[in-house]
Each structure stands twice: as C-alpha cells, then as structure tokens.
Design a protein around this ligand. Structure first.
Ligand SMILES: Nc1ncnc2c1ncn2[C@@H]1O[C@H](COP(=O)(O)OP(=O)(O)O)[C@@H](O)[C@H]1O
Ligand SMILES: [Mg+2]
Length: 443
C-alpha cells in the first residue's frame, strides 16, 4: 500500500550539507564560540539522525501493513472456503435427504442422504428423480411464493419406507430468484412405534378380556345351574381363583416391564453375587418343579466375580427363565442352572455367564428370534393354561439390556433348550479364570 510519508522518507543530501555548514557559518560570523558551534553541530546531527530513523520506521510500518493486508485476503478466502466445506459437511451429516432446487426445477445441491436415497446429483432436473405429482406440485407452489408444503410419501420396496416431505422456500434476498429446499424425513420408525403401541394395547385388552369373560361365565353358572351343586361350585371357584391370579400376574408383569423400560438407559452399578440369587430362585421354584417331578441342578463355578447389577432384577431374570424351563421342560426331567466366568476378550469386558437348560420339547427355529416379543408364544393356548402371561422373556430381555448384557437361546426340537444370559462383571472385581473345567457341585 502506498504511504506518502514513506516516499519522502530518505534524508535529502542538501539537508545534511546545510546542517553541517550551519555551525561553520555561525562561527565565521562570530555569532558563536567554537564550543557553541560544536554544540549546534551535535544538535543538528541529532535532528538529522532522528528524522532518518522516523522515515525508516514509517517505511517498515508500510511494509508490515501491506503484508498484513495480503495475509487478511488469504485468510478471508480460506475462511469462506472453510465455511462452504462446513456447510456441506453439516448437510451431509444430517440423516434427512435434502435437495436445493432452483427456479427452473434443477437440482443445485444434494446432501449425502439425498444422493443415496434419490440418486440426486447437482445439475439434474428434479423431474428426473421425483415422479410423485404431489411433491412436484408442492415444489411448484413454493417456487411460486408459498412458504412451505408438507407431503406424505411412501417408498415402495421389500421393506416399505414412509416419509414426510417438507418443501421450504429458501430466501436469498430480493435480487436472487426463488429457490426451494426439499427435505425427506424418514418416519418409518415412528409409524412402526405407533403400530406397536396400538398392537400392544390390543394385546393387553385381549389378555384381560379372556379371564374376565371366564370369570363372568362362572359367576353366572354359580348363580344359576350350579347353585346347589357343591362339587361343581368348588371346582369353579378354583378355576376362578386361577384366572384372577393370572390377571394379577399380568398387571404386575406389565408394571415391571414399564418400570424396567423407564430405567433402561441407566446401567445398574451395585455389586451383585450371582450365587445367592441362583440359590434363592432354586429354593423358591423347588415346589413347582417337584409338582412336575423335575429336579433342579445347580452348577456354579467357584470364585465367580460379582456383576454390576440390580439384584432384584437379576433374580427376576433367573426366576422367569427357570419358571419357563420347568413349565416347558419334560416332566420327570432335569432343569440345570450353571454359571461360569468369561474372561475379558478384546473390547468385550469380563462377564459372568448363566445358562438355564431343560430337556423339554425344545423350540422350532422359526420361533427363536420372536420369543422375546411381548405376548409372543409358540402355543398361546398352552401358555395361558399354564398361567403364563407371555411377558416373561420380554422382561428378561429388557433387564439384560439394562445390564448391558446379552441373552442367547439355543434349542434342539425334541431335546431341549438352553437360555444363556451374559452379564458384565463388576469393574475391578476379581476376575476368575475361565473355569469351564472346574468340578461342579450339584444341589
Ligand atoms: N424353556 C422353554 N422351552 C420351550 N419353549 C419355551 C421355553 N421358554 C419359553 N418358551 C416359549 O416362549 C414363549 C414365551 O415365553 P414367556 O415370555 O416366558 O411367556 P409365557 O411363559 O408366559 O408363555 C412361551 O410361551 C413358550 O412358547
Ligand atoms: Mg414365562
């Protein structure tokens, strides 16, 4: 940048001569003494030096300023490039498909989701990728001045996907021609959740209606035909009690399910010993097993580490799995609860694995992946007759999820099933060696 002071910066030679000559002239004219002339000369030389220094520093300042301006230009260019990159990276990070459409219905920009979902590429016409007349009409309306349009859209395919397409006017100031943003929001999960909720309410109503209808029927019979039939009355009352118990169980299962779901995001942190839990469950279900002449065998590896858990919830997991093993196991057979520790493996922490196996009829392969769905049963009639709510395994799955553990189910039809739960060991707990080969104790 030009600087007027810098151009006249050099000290003129005449100024030097004049400054040096002045004391001589003064001395000759006897206006000063020789020492006075010397003082004048020193003062004049000092003035010249100072002015030269000022000029040099002005020059340096100008050079610094010029450099500074160059640097700012480059920084500005870099900043706007970076801003563009940030905007397009941000758009790419948004999971909704986003297209920017100009006034002639051409695609100006498409984010990553837009390119993936609609194969949109800048320069192409909107018509080449969008056929839905409602979306096209929405875009036209917005380009013609309307603020927004919202269009439901279903993408056919082996798995249907549902979208709400938002068309928004992009305001680029008065000078620019209007543009539109087309945004595809995937609402498939939302719709599925809605359907699940509706199914759930229908299932609960159905589960309640059956025992209620049976209770009403028995009450009627007891008032009418069976009024004076003592043995029938006792039998009916027993059935009624069973139905009432099942409804109570259903309500309490529903309550625990919603409680567990509400706390599922927070992993439990108490140190829980699996041994005493297993013993308690085996004791509690002993009489039920005995009624079917089933023996419960407990096989605990010694030195199991504590798990990070919620004792009551883990007990419920064991209770539900052992209860199923007894219910669906072979009468006169055996139900085995075995636990061992699994050492840490790479990113997987040390865990305790608890397996509950029975020698029942097993489960056909096609049912395995659905067993933990609410109210899913292989044989609904049988499950209900045995007092089941169809929620046991759903509760198990949610508790195991909350514990950041896993549930796996293996079954061989005709031979039996093994339900295995693996729960992370308490961090810092003494991790026992893999004790598969240790001798087992049988209770
Ligand atoms: N050990 C098992 N052997 C065979 N089938 C089983 C076993 N455990 C569970 N099931 C099947 O899974 C279904 C769901 O189990 P669950 O959620 O506990 O409900 P419920 O026991 O109340 O029927 C059962 O109805 C049954 O068909
Ligand atoms: Mg059950």
């Amino acid at each position: 940048m030009p600087n007027p002071r810098a151009q006249s910066g050099r000290t003129h030679p005449l100024a030097v001569i004049a400054a040096m000559a002045l004391p001589l002239v003064l001395w000759h004219a006897e206006a000063v003494t020789p020492s006075g002339a010397f003082v004048v000369m020193v003062v004049a030389a000092g003035g010249l030096l100072a002015s030269a220094r000022r000029a040099r520093s002005a020059e340096a300042r100008a050079a610094v300023l010029a450099l500074e301006f160059e640097r700012r230009d480059a920084a500005l260019a870099r900043a706007s490039e970076e801003a563009l990159r940030t905007v397009s990276a941000t758009l790419d990070a948004i999971p909704d498909a986003i297209l920017e459409i100009d006034g002639a219905r051409n695609i100006v920009r498409a984010n990553a989701a837009g390119r993936a979902l609609l194969s949109a590429s800048p320069g192409a016409t909107l018509l080449s990728i969008v056929r839905d007349p409602d979306i096209l009409a929405g875009v036209d309306d917005v380009l013609a001045g309307r603020e927004t349009a919202e269009i439901p859209f279903t993408l056919p395919g082996s798995v249907e996907r549902h979208f709400v397409v938002h068309v928004l006017r992009l305001d680029l100031g008065a000078a620019a021609r209007s543009r539109a943003i087309v945004l595809y929001r995937d609402v498939t999960a939302l719709r599925n959740a809605d359907r699940l909720r509706a199914d759930f309410v229908a299932n609960v109503s159905h589960e309640m209606r059956t025992p209620l209808a049976s209770l009403s029927g028995f009450i009627e019979t007891l008032r009418g035909p069976a009024r004076d039939d003592e043995p029938a009355r006792l039998r009916f009352l027993e059935i009624m009690e069973g139905e009432a118990r099942r409804m109570t169980r259903l309500v309490s299962d529903l309550l625990s399910l919603s409680r567990i779901e509400a706390s599922e995001h927070a992993a439990p942190t108490d140190a829980v010993d699996i041994g005493p839990l297993v013993a308690r469950v085996a004791d509690a279900l002993g009489p039920v097993a005995q009624a079917r002449r089933i023996s419960i065998a407990v096989d605990m590896a010694p030195g199991l580490p504590a798990v990070a858990g919620d004792g009551d919830q883990l007990q419920q997991v064991l209770q539900n799995l052992v209860d199923n093993a007894i219910k669906y196991g072979r009468a006169d057979g055996e139900v085995r609860i075995s636990a061992r520790s699994l050492p840490a493996d790479g990113a997987v922490p040390a865990r305790v694995s608890i397996a509950i196996s029975d020698s029942g009829e097993g489960i056909a392969r096609e049912h395995l992946h659905r067993l933990t769905e609410r109210f899913y049963r292989v044989d609904p009639g049988r499950s209900r007759r045995m007092g089941g709510t169809g929620l046991g395994l759903a509760i198990v799955k949610h508790i195991v999820n909350r514990h950041r553990g896993t549930l796996s189910i293996e079954s061989v039809p005709g031979q039996g099933s093994v339900f295995t739960v693996r729960i992370p060991a308490m961090a810092g707990a003494v991790t026992a060696r893999d004790q598969r080969d240790q001798p087992s104790s049988t209770a």
